[in-house]
Design a protein around this ligand. Structure first.
Ligand code: TNX
Length: 487
């Protein structure tokens, strides 16, 4: 007999491995509850019965099975059922996944079922095999936070549409659900506004030194919105103002106070020098309104980010209050970086925290809720390790995987969730973005989805380490993280 030891002489190597190992259930983010029973389910074919009302999840399941060549019916086919059910405890995004003699995925919504499919996908290998062995599990899973985000700065250095599509697929694998696009900054304006064509003709043609210029057409952005929506991801647009606007001033000089006709977009990395001319409300407010109307027509997101960072101006609080009200009148909710908390705004306006220790209690007392992006944990433009070239202003030791994972959101009782940020002053290619994003974004996903009681770095390392083939299959140029033995 050969039960465990692979090295025992006389045992067929493959047989020994197959008998020794119950397939393990490594899922990131770790589910709220998961019971693993003994034994395994073997699958070679699947008989899918999917609720037609869950179209996105049905398509995702179909793609998963096709990618593994798990085909059609037949007497030996394993039933796979994808069902919409009524179970309020699962909320908007929760799901149940049971692997027994059949595979049952259930949720109240299409989005919940999408998450169930992603968990199933992580339990399976990434390459076609003759048959598949799944652990028998009962998973009930609900996210800790409704906001599980990543912000990409496409303004300093552009990221192409094809990259964003891939990025959305990767987010979906880890149940991340908010893609915040920082579309405008001093160095570039990346969204075509039909009423102001020079914004992309001039502002879209520049970038930070060494970075990529470019812009998205409205058709491209609408395509991305739909692509993301089908994968459970909401794209949240940001138009940063009243500072960080040099690209806009270069395109439409009248937005500036100085009487200059040769302003040009900026390619350095300093911040805080450009500002709309707030003494010319008759110029600035109609411009902002027209821009935001086109933005709102492209992005159906409940929230629109209006920036508001890093600018000191006597009319700043008034400007933020007026633009937040403008967004509100459009039927959307404004998000503003933490500095905007000085403005009088409706309490539903979300504040995005980015400086560790920023004094936010007064704003919270007014009812504002928070998106947590503390730079010393979640600014992943900072190095994967101390000394990796790039930003270091917030934390000189970089923001390693373990550091990201150690962020504790619990003290922030008014948080709606967590968002990491990839600024791109020093990130100028798809591969460089991948290197910054992965595997750290998986840690962010676990912080945002999994309850504190289930989390732990050792377990994360073990589960994430096992998911390396998933990242390889997606073609991710991830950082060779030593903690995961990926070096
Ligand atoms: C601060 S965070 C910024 C960005 C920079 C980033 C670099 C925030 C709201 N503003 O403009 O790109 O630091 O790490």
């Amino acid at each position: 007999l050969c039960l465990t030891a692979v090295a025992v002489t006389g045992c067929g190597h493959r047989l020994a491995v197959a008998q020794a190992k119950t397939p393990s259930a490594h899922i990131v983010p770790i589910p709220q509850s998961m019971a693993v029973a003994s034994g395994e389910l073997r699958i070679s074919a699947a008989a899918v019965d999917a609720d037609a009302a869950a179209a996105n999840a049905g398509r995702a399941l179909d793609e998963l099975l096709t990618s593994l060549s798990i085909g059609g019916k037949g007497p030996a086919a394993t039933p796979i059922r994808l069902q919409l059910i009524n179970d309020p405890a699962l909320g908007e995004e929760g799901y149940r996944l049971v692997v027994d003699d059949a595979i049952d995925l259930s949720a109240q919504t299409d989005t919940g079922l999408l998450h169930a499919v992603q968990s199933l996908r992580q339990l399976l290998p990434v390459k076609p095999q003759a048959d598949y062995r799944l652990p028998r599990v009962v998973i009930t899973d609900v996210p800790a936070y409704r906001w599980r985000g990543i912000s990409l700065d496409v303004a300093r250095s552009f990221l192409p549409v094809e990259y964003l599509e891939k990025h959305i697929d990767r987010m979906a694998l880890f149940k991340l659900n908010r893609l915040h696009l920082h579309l405008t900054d001093d160095q570039g304006w990346r969204i075509k506004i039909k009423r102001y064509p020079k914004l992309v003709e001039i502002g879209g043609a520049s970038a930070v030194k060494g970075g990529r210029a470019g812009y998205y057409t409205q058709a491209e952005l609408k395509h991305l919105v739909a692509y993301a929506q089908a994968r459970g991801v909401t794209i949240v647009p940001e138009i940063d103002m009243p500072g960080h606007v040099q690209a806009a001033l270069a395109s439409y000089n009248e937005l500036a106070c100085e009487d200059v006709s040769n302003l040009s977009a900026y390619s350095g990395v300093e911040v805080g020098f450009s500002v709309f001319c707030l003494k010319k409300p008759e110029v600035v407010y109609p411009f902002v309104r027209n821009v935001l109307e086109e933005v709102a027509a492209i992005f159906p997101s409940a929230e629109i980010h209006i920036g508001g960072d890093e600018i000191k101006h006597p009319l700043y609080a008034d400007f933020i209050a007026r633009i937040a009200a403008m967004v509100d009148a459009m039927g959307r909710t404004a998000i503003v970086w933490e500095e905007g908390s000085v403005a009088e705004m409706k309490p539903n306006v979300l504040l995005q925290l980015w400086n560790d220790g920023y004094a936010i209690d007064a704003a919270v007392a007014k009812g504002h809720r928070l998106i947590l992006s503390p730079c010393s944990y979640l600014y992943i433009d900072h190095g994967n390790y101390k000394g990796q070239p790039g930003a270091d202003w917030c934390r000189g030791d970089g923001v390693p995987l373990k550091r990201v994972y150690s962020f504790d959101p619990a003290p922030f009782k008014s948080a709606v969730g967590i968002e990491a940020a990839l600024w791109t002053e020093y990130v100028h290619s798809d591969a460089a973005a991948d290197d910054r994003l992965w595997p750290r974004l998986a840690a962010v996903a676990e912080l945002a989805w999994s309850p504190a009681g289930q989390r732990g770095y050792a377990g994360f390392v073990q589960r994430m380490g096992a998911l390396r083939p998933q990242l390889d299959a997606m073609g991710i140029h991830y950082h060779a993280e030593p903690d995961l033995d990926w070096a």
